[in-house]
Design a protein around this ligand. Structure first.
Ligand code: NAP
Ligand code: F7E
Length: 334
């Protein structure tokens, strides 16, 4: 049997690192696309352990540069293309709205065009998001819930969602949207609220300054009233792979179906270390957003029923995994 080949854009990101592991375990040839970084070695920390695998190749490319994407598709003739590259931080999307639009919408069109022109039978996965629901129109959110994005990140991803549907309907490309709710892991970026909290809790436990203010044990946060449906990145990338194994392309919500507040997260992370977060958390306007998404809760019935997907991590296991991993990492620095 021919060895399958998959391209993953945004290869050094959280999700791409888990997806690459999943595909390599299945004997794929994996081609990761990374844009240039002036800090390449430190930027590649999530995939450093994959670099010596002969089935793992890294190509320099940027999804806003159509020439680079066309070249990579033409060279590798992939069976599957996972577009995970994005300006993925909602908070920063108000600071860089145009850049966010170009990457999160224009970049999707570049990937789809490359497939249409060069290898139209490639199966395409678009990293769509629960941020499409924004100011939610019903709860829980399903594949048919109307969208109402609340940020430049959200409205750019909305265009990427519809580009994916449109290339499926216009050209018959096997193009799928995974509408993924928040998913985290020890590899989550430090700017996202889960990892910001687990990293700070571990630092406070070990007596290492959190680094936000002059007070060593302070954790400044924004709106701690918002609620999310948090799962584990590895589980969610398993879902992404399952979607592309289907004969017919479709769009799927991926979520745990369980709702938690940031207060729950603080209780769990600090409580795991015998700490009380109320002694450390302060409010800082800087982390408030011009428009907030108060609540996101997904209904994963469709993917569970049609693809047999089940998450293996619950909220407790996810948070404990993240706190313990931060503790281990930081112990060397205490
Ligand atoms: P992440 O860790 O921020 O990874 C995104 C990667 O995209 C980064 O490595 C980044 O590169 C790369 N990238 C950005 N602009 C690029 C460009 N123009 N060309 C090539 N690469 C580019 O995010 P993630 O959490 O793994 O998320 C993966 C995807 O899922 C994203 O599209 C995100 O919007 C979407 N998503 C995430 C969640 C979630 O909860 N994690 C939920 C729904 C959807 P640098 O390292 O150079 O910055
Ligand atoms: O914020 C609140 C913040 O930045 C979660 C991305 O992966 O998931 C992610 O987007 C909530 C928000 O994730 C702080 O206001 C309070 O209500 O961890 P976050 P996000 O915005 O939900 C979606 C599905 C994606 O698609 C995105 O790519 O937490 N919050 N205080 C804070 N958030 C941050 N970051 N920092 C704070 O200090």
């Amino acid at each position: 049997m021919k060895q399958p080949c998959a391209i993953i854009s945004g290869a050094r990101g959280q999700d791409a690192s888990y997806l690459a592991e999943i595909l390599l375990e299945k004997n794929y040839r994996v081609v990761g696309i990374n844009r240039r970084s002036s800090a390449r070695d430190s930027a590649n920390w999530r995939i450093a352990h994959l670099m010596s695998n002969p089935n793992y190749i890294v190509e320099l490319g940027d999804i806003t540069d159509s020439g680079s994407i066309n070249r990579i598709v033409a060279t590798y003739q992939p069976d599957e293309f996972y577009n995970l590259a994005a300006q993925s931080f909602v908070g920063a999307s108000w600071n860089e709205p145009y850049h966010t639009l170009i990457v999160n919408a224009g970049g999707v069109v570049n990937c789809l065009e490359a497939l249409r022109q060069v290898k139209p039978d490639t199966k395409f996965y678009q990293a769509s998001t629960s941020e499409l629901y924004g100011k939610v129109q019903e709860t829980p959110q399903t594949e048919t819930t109307p969208f109402y994005p609340r940020s430049p990140y959200g409205f750019a991803k909305l265009a990427g969602y519809w580009a994916t549907v449109n290339y499926r309907e216009s050209y018959g490309i096997h193009a799928t949207n995974g509408i993924l709710f928040n998913h985290e892991s020890p590899r989550r970026g430090l700017e996202f609220v889960t990892r910001k909290i687990t990293d700070a809790a571990a630092k406070i436990k070990l007596g290492i300054p959190t680094g936000y203010t002059k007070r060593a044990d302070e954790l400044p946060l924004g709106n701690i009233e918002s609620k999310r449906d948090w799962g584990h990145s590895r589980d969610f990338m398993q879902a992404a792979w399952l979607m592309l194994q289907e004969e017919v392309p479709n769009d799927y919500v991926v979520a745990t179906g369980k709702l938690h507040s940031i207060r729950d997260l603080l209780d769990k992370a600090f409580g795991h270390l015998g700490l009380d977060w109320r002694n450390h958390v302060t409010k800082d306007e800087k982390f408030w957003r011009p428009a907030e998404v108060d609540l996101l809760l997904g209904d994963p019935t469709k993917i569970k029923k049609l693809l047999g997907w089940e998450p293996s991590y619950n909220f407790h296991a996810l948070v404990v995994d993240m706190v313990d991993s931060d503790l281990r990492r930081l112990r060397g620095k205490a």
